[in-house]
Design a protein around this ligand. Sequence first.
Ligand code: NPG
Length: 369
Amino acid sequence: MNIEAVELRRVAIPLVSPFRTSFSTQTRRDVLLVRVVTDQAEGWAECVAIADPLYSSEYTDAAHRVIADHLLPRLFAATRVNADLVAPLLRPVRGHRMAKAAVETAVLDAQLKASGVSLSSHLGATATHVDSGVSVSIYDEIPALLGAVESYLLAGYRRIKLKIQPGWDIEPVAAVRERFGSQICLQVDANSAYTRSDARHLATLDEFGLLMIEQPLDEEDVAGHAELARIVRTPICLDESIVSAQTAYEAIRADACAIINIKPGRVGGYLEARRVHDLCAAAGIPVWAGGMLETGIGRSANLALAGLPNFTLPSDISASDRYFQQDLTEPITMSADGRIEIPKGPGIGVAPIPHVLKELTVSTQVLKP
Ligand code: NPG
């Protein structure tokens, strides 16, 4: 394919309710969309970086700059491009995996749309539906949390993930177990809010039969997670620490995790995400797809990935209405029994609705070779 132009579009979408984690409270999703126009088709992708560098070092403005100033010039310098060539072309630029993932995914979407192949079949998905889990904010009070969990359970979500932090951990977990029983699938996510000295405290979560504790310690503290895994019985899942197949390999070898959350943006794209999946499958480590408040663009692509066979745990892929009153694409919907269908159309299977996109766009920049 020849790339004719790349559009970098900034979009702001209000969230239906504030999303509070141990690192921030988000009330709006600032999205950077990448549209690649080629001689054969056009492709869309969403960069998952958030507005501030609080989840990882990447953030939206930086992703925008690095794509415009460093990634696209490398892509434009190549005579012909396909998705497999993108990562090697961008390799000289260090880090910036979320930015690289967006560029690669837009090229991949264009390529697959041109050849009429869906992303799910390109990646090797074997499932037609994904088990949907929901991530639940930190609240000021337990009753508000219980109200939220109740509404998600009534909607059909198959698994509840509670965001935790020091001071909001044992009590909310105990309250949810007491109110909704031991049958519901429950896990917690700390977004690295704890330190090694909290090991005994975290072990008190063992009595609640949680599916996993996600990323309790700092992203660089792989050895700490391995130590923790010897003290805490609840399986440890890594998110922020896993930025590539290589780091997944190191973490598994170190016995730092029993489960891995795969976020394509965090590992540099869907092709690397598939490598992480394959490596985990070979090592007997189950995986699930993380989410980063994606619009329908990113969410559809995540559904394709989550159809791979080692995605055996419910993913953070909720229906559009969990976050947005109006999604950028046709809304992603969940069945009453908590399953979401994987798109079958070419590429990511969706595209933005033009008038919605226009309404929510904050700025547009077009770059050409
Ligand atoms: O359902 O899309 C979703 C969000 C799931 O909790 C979720 N995401 O720490 O994994 C996380 C968190 C997140 C959201 C992280 C936005 C970074 C940005």
